[in-house]
Write a protein that binds this ligand. Structure first.
Ligand code: C5P
Length: 287
């Protein structure tokens, strides 16, 4: 039977890099939040794994959707295939986790399409193998994310919040920004843990620091320019999402977010107004 699913984008409410690991990745502590900007995926039974995308340049075999399908098929010894279509709306290489979310949606949907009974642990392990942000997207909602990204601790859903997302016309490779980090960009996670405690107690959404911000701004001045403009229309409530270049600001209502978007009046920026999306059902840690 054909299945359709949504893959939501994420923003980082806070992101602290704690240090560099022996495997070349960085240890971090972050708070991630899914938002209503999304891609749509369709899965249908087929003999082989095939993949099409509304942006043909993303339709190659290296797309995380194809890698997720093939990995799950191999690990679970599945002989069936599936034909997958991805309708892409989340900008690519934007700090919004679009590819990672597509991969997690693929794992979740194919478990159902192929009637697999793999335990959640296996899915978490495969998700972490596909990318640092993929485990978070199995859960969605609001969560604290630690280690390389694979340790995910769900947090209570804060009241619905509206976000303005502004993406300058550049694509930023995550690896490049991590590669540019200086030791002075590292921190001890205190501010993110404090924000986590506030959210656990039902406190309002606030942004913490983003350790990748300075590295992003020095390599991509357009991102800094966008940050300054979004700060102006949001009374300073702006932050960088992930490794950028998307800048996010929060608003208490959709109207206020829309008015801020109108004030930016810039056809160079891709602008989205999105609501926070709550977690999917059970709140189990993914570690
Ligand atoms: O895991 P993912 O493939 O999404 O990461 C992309 C790149 O970002 C990695 O190759 C690495 O350079 C960097 N990264 C990192 N530490 C993390 C996550 C990502 O250094 N925790």
């Amino acid at each position: 039977m054909r299945r359709e699913t949504r893959a939501y984008a994420k923003i980082n409410l806070s992101l602290e890099v704690l240090g560099k690991r022996a495997d070349g990745f960085h240890d971090l502590v972050s708070i991630m939040q899914t938002v209503s900007l999304c891609d749509d995926l369709t899965f249908a039974p087929a003999e082989a794994v095939t993949f099409t995308c509304s942006q043909p340049e993303l339709a190659g075999p290296s797309n995380l959707v194809v890698r997720a399908a093939k990995l799950l098929r191999q690990v679970c010894g599945v002989s069936a295939g599936c034909s997958i279509h991805l309708e892409k709306r989340i900008p690519h290489a934007a700090g919004l986790g679009g590819g990672s979310s597509d991969a997690a949606a693929t794992l979740r949907s194919l478990v159902k399409l192929w009637a697999l009974t793999e335990p959640k642990d296996t899915l978490c392990r495969l998700a972490a193998q596909l990318g640092s942000d993929v485990p978070f997207f199995l859960q969605q909602g609001t969560a604290m994310v630690e280690s390389r990204g694979e340790r995910v601790t769900p947090l209570p859903d804060p009241p619905t919040c509206w976000y303005l997302l502004a993406k300058p016309p550049i694509q930023v490779p995550t690896a490049e920004i991590f590669g540019r980090l200086q030791r002075t960009d590292w921190s001890d996670g205190t501010r993110t843990h404090a924000l986590t405690s506030q959210l656990r107690q039902g406190g309002p959404v606030q942004f913490g620091p983003n350790s990748l911000q300075d590295a992003l701004f020095s390599a991509y001045p357009l991102a800094q320019d966008c940050f300054e403009r979004v700060s102006q229309v949001s009374e300073g409530r702006a932050t960088v999402s992930g490794s950028g270049p998307t800048i996010v600001a929060w608003f208490p209502s959709q109207d206020e977010a829309r008015r801020a978007a109108a004030r930016l009046e810039d056809n160079q920026l891709a602008l989205f107004v999105a609501a926070s999306i709550a977690s999917r059902g059970r709140k189990q840690p993914c570690a």
